[in-house]
Design a protein around this ligand. Structure first.
Ligand code: SAM
Length: 236
């Protein structure tokens, strides 16, 4: 899977590519990650990528031409998908991450300033994606979100592929009778078994120390359902 990222701040990806499991996925050739400077597709002395908004208003808008030319040049694979980031886009979910693993190349367009000329979403992108209902400075963090969410689903990118099976936002197979579309994961605990903080003692739930795996599985399923109903009513 190749990720081509179009940004005016390519160096934001330096640490992201160099560290932890993304660095390992690159080293193992599971993914290729190429941040590109959008200014490389400009033709004026100032390498201009933005302009004032038609109709007036605050801020600058990223221009359509450098982006369209960059996409045309970068689109090399047969199974490629172009994503433009915008707060008003469709909310990105785990189901989208799973769907995007089918492509060989993702071209990720990161906005800045007041946003991107609307014609990019209309003519150059396959989808307009938001990572949540808040406004960020730019599309670089959303690009990192999509890259991480997709990469960890690719075979070989995390140690135990089995740990993906019962993660949050899985397909709720084991919980089908609960009529949930998806679920959030049960809580985890590790050492120490008991801890005293601010005069209160907090202990690990007894069932997890029982060694009875059937009981532990049942408790975890019950916790998943309880937490999903309480915190994610939209998954019902
Ligand atoms: C400051 S924002 C522009 C916000 C825009 N004026 C609005 O009100 O929606 C600049 C860029 O950051 C990115 N961005 C900001 N928030 C985002 C979000 N929640 N999801 C995806 N991209 C986002 C987009 O690429 C956007 O073009």
């Amino acid at each position: 899977m190749t990720f081509d990222i179009l940004t005016i701040f390519p160096r934001l990806f330096d640490g992201f590519c160099d560290q932890a499991l993304i660095a390992r996925a690159i080293k193992k050739k599971i993914i290729r990650l190429s941040p590109h400077n959008l200014r490389d597709w400009t033709h004026d002395a100032h390498r201009t990528v933005d302009g004032r908004p038609y109709g007036g208003g605050a801020g600058m808008v990223l221009m359509v031409e450098p982006i369209v030319h960059a996409v045309q040049e970068l689109k090399k694979r047969h199974r490629s998908r172009v994503i433009v980031f915008s707060a008003k886009g469709k909310l990105f979910t785990q189901a989208d991450a799973r769907r995007l693993t089918r492509y060989e190349q993702l071209i990720l367009i990161c906005g800045r300033y007041e946003g991107i000329d609307e014609r990019v979403a209309a003519f150059a992108a396959d989808e307009e994606v938001s990572i949540g209902e808040y406004v960020l400075f730019g599309g670089e963090v959303p690009a990192m979100v999509v890259i991480e969410a997709v990469t960890r689903l690719l075979p070989g990118s995390i140690g135990k592929q089995k740990s993906l099976a019962d993660e949050s936002f899985g397909d709720a197979k084991g919980l089908a009778h609960q009529q949930l579309v998806a679920f959030v994961e049960y809580p985890h605990y590790t050492r120490p078994e008991k801890i005293k903080l601010g005069g209160k003692t907090r202990a690990v739930p007894k069932v997890l120390l029982s060694g009875n795996h059937a009981k532990i599985d049942a408790w975890r399923r019950q916790q998943s359902v309880r937490l999903t109903r309480r915190r994610r009513p939209e998954l019902k």
